[in-house]
Design a protein around this ligand. Sequence first.
Ligand code: SAH
Length: 248
Amino acid sequence: MDIPRIFNITESAHRIHNPFTPEKLATLGAVLRLEPGTRVLDLGSGSGEMLCTWARDYGITGVGIDMSQLFTEQAKRRAEELGVADRVGFIHGDAAGYVADEKCGVAACIGATWIGGGVAGTIGLLRKSLRANGIILIGEPYWRQLPPTEEVAKECLADSISDFLMLPELLASFDELGYDVVEMVLADQEGWDRYEAAKWFTMRRWLEANPEDDFAKEIRAQLTTAPKRHAVYTREYLGWGVFALMAR
Ligand code: SAH
């Protein structure tokens, strides 16, 4: 079981697989006013940076589930490196339908809401693991500017304009599901650069190391086009944020 190989190649050197910088991730942890010992569930935990740094900085405990074998191994190594392996654990597996044995104070899905079939489905899934008055965290893109055409949306890592909402509509959608938005931390263009541009260097290094690989043509094509595409499309049209929700 694994995710498509392209991500395991292009994001192999990322610690954070979304447009948050380490500073934004720390801000999110701080604004949530986490009590030491708070249990955090993270579906699609990637390389574990959120759980590991929050365990170090805020004393949380938790578990992350991710379908990438590589990212899960990196998460376990990161926990060892930060000295928090006794507090956070990482499971390699499909998080679809995953419900924690023990109720959590925070249940998160950061940049992987397809796991629950979209934002509403993922909130429903996370809620099953949440204790009363717990916090759900959803990391999700939104349109900074509405793409003028479907072609433009496709250049922005989306399948169609309808994949994402504008920020006010996204916030309204949480309200309609019966949740208070109690906090939010938004990424900025610098964060998008960190997420996207880091892939370019990784792709270049990968091509040098794997010139004969079946995937080399695909990676070469992506590396050639990605910087311009990022500057014209993703960087201008796409926003991203983490929203902290509490059921009313
Ligand atoms: N939350 C992490 C990773 C976001 S990227 C971070 O912010 O750094 C999306 C992640 O979802 C990837 O790590 C990918 O491996 C994982 N993923 C995709 N489908 C999944 C599934 N069905 N179950 C668990 N993880 C999944």
